[in-house]
Write a protein that binds this ligand. Structure first.
Ligand SMILES: NC(=O)C1=CN([C@@H]2O[C@H](COP(=O)(O)OP(=O)(O)OC[C@H]3O[C@@H](n4cnc5c(N)ncnc54)[C@H](O)[C@@H]3O)[C@@H](O)[C@H]2O)C=CC1
Ligand SMILES: O=C(CO)COP(=O)(O)O
Length: 340
């Protein structure tokens, strides 16, 4: 491609929704020759020919070194890094399709923030499982990363985690440019669970917002939510510090405060009185929290972690709790005062 360094990294990104496209833009703006896989041919054509993805990133111009294709073989051929950004519940079936064509030895990176229903596995675990690759080749990216803001080049930070520091560094180098800065750590569990759990707290905050409660209520949910997500993640082997970093508190703030967040929006609709099925019908993008709530509560129960806010989100989704009742019970189901 014109204007690119001859040794430019060749990168494949699978999933041309709002985050896959935005992350592909980050990588391309950092200098990589980036190819996106879009399921629909017309989306791939629009990206390559007009440098737009109008369904997901209206008004955003994509760089010329970002192209798209609807054939996985074409996208993956010669890739030196592979990024995955499909809805979490579809990851396993997508991995089946690429199992034999992912180039050997290259890093495989999850951009997703969900857990698999049925197994409760994190996305990096599903990748290791399905591709049968060494965990040292796998990385995950998380942080306060609302796609549309990044697509507009607003300054943003993220964290790349891998069991291998060298893999995390290689991915972070590829994903750093003048508006996007990637930090590294080796706490894959904490980094992934931070991204999953903040979605559930964002649904809770959205519910409070939809009901009409103000900033005290939302700040109470965010703060107690951080306690909940930290207890959960630590019980599964995460480092507590990760939860006060970009992938924990950072993402919690961004997602709970932004009207761009799909999880927050879904919560707001529930708080306004829409039933779960009506909310699903209104959402035209992925709100991962709605699928993660069940598996997260099962995992919490297995390790004896108490998650009152997440449990009440589940009850609102089931229609067994009036949204107005969520916040009054946010700390505990006992009348006894408890330590903060
Ligand atoms: N949008 C955002 O701001 C951010 C999203 N994420 C995460 O990125 C992941 C992807 O989300 P988005 O791109 O935002 O969702 P999206 O709803 O914008 O796009 C989803 C994409 O996946 C495709 N898709 C749907 N079903 C599929 C299937 N069965 N197989 C293959 N492709 C399928 C859609 O056609 C679309 O291209 C999620 O896990 C989300 O939590 C993470 C950080 C930021
Ligand atoms: O993960 C995100 C921000 O970091 C995007 O949040 P939503 O999926 O709720 O839009």
């Amino acid at each position: 491609m014109e204007g690119l360094a001859p040794d430019a990294l060749r990168i494949a990104v699978l999933g041309a929704g709002s985050w896959g496209t935005t992350f592909a833009k980050v990588l391309a703006d950092a200098g990589a020759q980036t190819t996106l896989w879009a399921r629909r041919r017309e989306v791939a054509q629009e990206i390559t020919e007009t440098h737009r993805n109008s369904d997901y990133l209206p008004g955003i111009n994509l760089p010329p070194n970002l192209r798209a294709h609807d054939r996985l073989e074409r996208v993956l051929a010669g890739a030196q890094q592979v990024y995955l950004s499909v809805p979490s519940q579809s990851l396993r079936s997508n991995l089946h399709s690429i199992r034999d064509i992912v180039p050997p030895d290259v890093p495989v990176v999850s951009l997703m923030k969900g857990v698999e229903r049925g197994t409760g596995l994190r996305m990096s675990e599903v990748i290791a499982n399905e591709l049968g690759i060494d965990v040292e080749r796998i990385a995950v990216v998380s942080g306060p990363n609302l796609a549309l803001e990044i697509a507009k080049k607003q300054p943003t930070a993220a964290v790349v985690a891998s069991a291998s520091h060298a893999t995390a560094v290689a991915v972070a180098q590829a994903a750093t440019n003048e508006y996007f800065r990637s930090f590294v750590n080796t706490d894959v569990i904490g980094t992934e669970f931070g991204g999953v759990l903040k979605n559930l707290i964002a649904v809770a905050v959205g519910i409070a917002d939809g009901v009409g409660y103000g900033e005290n209520t939302k700040a109470s949910i965010i703060t107690r939510g951080l306690v909940e997500l930290t207890h959960f993640a630590v019980a599964y082997g995460a480092q507590a510090e990760t939860m006060s970093g970009l992938a924990g508190l950072g993402d919690l703030i961004a997602t709970c405060e932004s009207k761009l967040s799909r999880n927050n929006t879904a919560g707001r609709l529930l708080g306004q009185g829409y039933a779960f099925t009506e909310v699903i019908a209104q959402m035209n993008q992925t709100a991962e929290g709605l699928s993660s709530v069940g598996p997260i509560l099962e995992l919490a129960e297995q390790r004896g972690v108490h998650m009152p806010i997440v449990a009440q989100v589940a009850q609102v989704l089931e229609g067994t709790l009036d949204p107005r009742e969520l916040a009054p019970h946010l700390a505990t189901d006992s009348d006894e005062p408890q330590g903060e």
